[in-house]
Design a protein around this ligand. Sequence first.
Ligand SMILES: *Cc1c(COP(=O)(O)O)cnc(C)c1O
Length: 229
Amino acid sequence: MSIKENLIKIKSQLPQNVGLVAVSKFHPAEAVVEAIKAGQNVFGENRVQEAEKKFAQIKKDYPGVCLRIIGSLQRNKVKDAVKIADAIDSVDRLELLDEIEKQAAKIDKKIQVLFELHTGEESKSGFADVQGIFQALEKIAFGQCPHVEPRGFMTMAPFTEDKNLVRQSFVKLREAKEECQKKFPQFDLSELSMGMSGDWPLAVEEGSTMVRIGTAIFGERDYSGGEKN
Ligand SMILES: *Cc1c(COP(=O)(O)O)cnc(C)c1O
């Protein structure tokens, strides 16, 4: 099936209030353009360099396109990430939040962030618990990150056949959101980025507002040219 057909199929199954992030990592700019021509305008990339290479031109050609960074981010990549992206969905430590604020302030850009929570046994990325996210939100609440706009949360479920474990992971994120929203009513923390090609229907059942789908749109990734990430 073509990218366009894949998009049509997924969108027909996705509730209208759930956003679709097309994860284009490891796929060429041509594939992104094909998706744009089929009506898709939100994309996710997990490596900053690759994102820049593809999206610098694409964003010029298609100004409505929104790019979200969804992969774990090293501090020295934040400057470029802030420049190219509209949102960083993988904020997983306070140090990263500080660096995003610093770099966004330099270019006077407001950037949306999601806080990544570690909810599965196998996945290692994300804040270890909701306390860390409280601290991050406190910082923002005290006015220390005026260029950062907190919008919600992200997680990756463990890669397992055990649907209960996957569901537990999504439930954990939803509960973290509810806890944070109660504590910080001044922010709109409604976004729950959860669900990928293999598990998104379950994520939607548990309240996902934004699924991140790569393979089911663009096909299998070819890792032969670089490091798997
Ligand atoms: C690659 C990736 C996805 C998409 O995975 P698929 O299984 O190809 O849909 C989603 N989220 C993150 C964080 C990713 O790195």
